[in-house]
Design a protein around this ligand. Structure first.
Ligand SMILES: NC(=O)c1ccc[n+]([C@@H]2O[C@H](COP(=O)([O-])OP(=O)(O)OC[C@H]3O[C@@H](n4cnc5c(N)ncnc54)[C@H](OP(=O)(O)O)[C@@H]3O)[C@@H](O)[C@H]2O)c1
Length: 293
């Protein structure tokens, strides 16, 4: 299949380029060649490339940064996907759009998970823009997949594991404080790329949840990483209140991959199993990167 990837330089986009590129023709223009906010660029590129699949991994994904940049967020996270959806409809492409656990308010009692058809009620500018992006896709494209994921990590891009390591590796760090009142499922972007390929192979359609199986708190996630990598820095649990950030996060980000399971195409693994494999492969390199070596 010919697949046009937007956001191909990002964390998830890079994994998708690499994995889907093994069996498909990938075209992944940089942002300056295809800015999804520009209707003209979207249409010109679709006309020229004529992709069967458009995979939108592009976004303004800095959750805190979104609070102060509502104009840019709306352009990139809502108008961009709307352009792609209308373009996909015009040229007969299927659109795969990535959305987020942050469309929910996280008020369900842990460990009750969120299902695909639960009501969205975002808490942050980022979450609101992702919820609106979903509506833009549903209203404008007849053939789409919306894939909601959360708590992504990968060897590239900035993510929670890298943030934890950069603090843990600092000589001046006496104790690492991590919140223990936010729950979710650490998810390897590489596994999401696999899930996307499986969805393509099975002609998936509609709104899917795709996160690792099982869940933990951010504190447990960080502790798992430090232990696995043999880092001895003391780690202490704290509350979100003690660690105020510009954007409000849901307490409960646990998603159930109900539709994937119902269709027998859930390839997502337990979060510990994937994180173990990921750290075996990239732990050393990530520690070197975090220490600036
Ligand atoms: N990270 C997470 O934990 C997480 C969780 C749930 C859902 N998601 C969703 O997963 C998707 C991928 O996230 P990510 O973490 O991989 O993001 P990322 O690493 O920040 O990458 C974002 C990508 O979007 C591109 N981009 C931004 N604005 C663009 C525009 N106007 N036109 C074209 N490209 C543009 C960026 O290009 P430049 O680098 O050139 O600017 C970059 O390649 C997003 O939809 C995000 O909302 C992420």
């Amino acid at each position: 299949m010919r697949i046009l990837i937007l956001g191909g330089t990002g964390m998830l986009g890079s994994e998708c380029r690499e994995l889907l590129g093994r069996r498909h023709e990938i075209i992944a223009p940089p942002r300056d060649a295809l800015d999804i906010v520009s209707w003209d660029q979207v249409i010109e590129n679709l006309q020229e490339i004529s992709p069967e699949i458009i995979l939108n991994c592009a976004a303004f994904a800095d959750v805190d940064g979104c609070e102060e940049n509502e104009f840019a967020v709306r352009k990139i996270n809502v108008e961009g996907p709307r352009n792609l959806a209308q373009g996909a409809a015009r040229f007969g492409s299927k659109l795969i759009h990535i959305s987020s656990d942050y469309v929910f308010d996280g008020q369900k009692t842990v460990p009750q998970p969120y299902f695909e058809d639960d009501l969205v009620r975002p808490l942050s500018a980022y979450g609101k823009s992702k919820a609106e992006s979903e509506t833009a896709v549903r209203e404008n494209s007849p053939n789409y997949i919306i894939l909601r994921t959360g708590w992504l990590y990968s060897k590239g891009g900035s993510n929670f594991i890298k943030s934890i390591l950069s603090v843990a590796m600092k000589k001046s760090t006496k104790v690492l404080k991590v919140v223990d009142d936010q729950f979710g499922s650490p998810t390897w972007a590489y596994r999401i790329a696999h899930q996307i390929e499986t969805l393509l192979n099975h002609g998936g359609r509609g709104t899917y949840h795709a996160t690792s199986e099982g869940f933990c708190s951010r504190f447990e996630w960080a502790a798992f990483v430090l232990k696995k990598l043999g880092l001895k820095v003391p780690i202490e649990a704290c509350s979100t209140e003690e660690f105020p950030r510009p954007a409000m996060r849901p307490v409960n980000s646990i998603l159930e991959n109900r539709l994937l399971k119902k269709q027998g195409i859930n390839v997502m693994r337990d979060w510990k199993e994937d994180l173990n494999e990921f750290l075996d492969l990239f732990g050393e390199a990530l520690m070197r990167e975090a220490s600036g070596a």
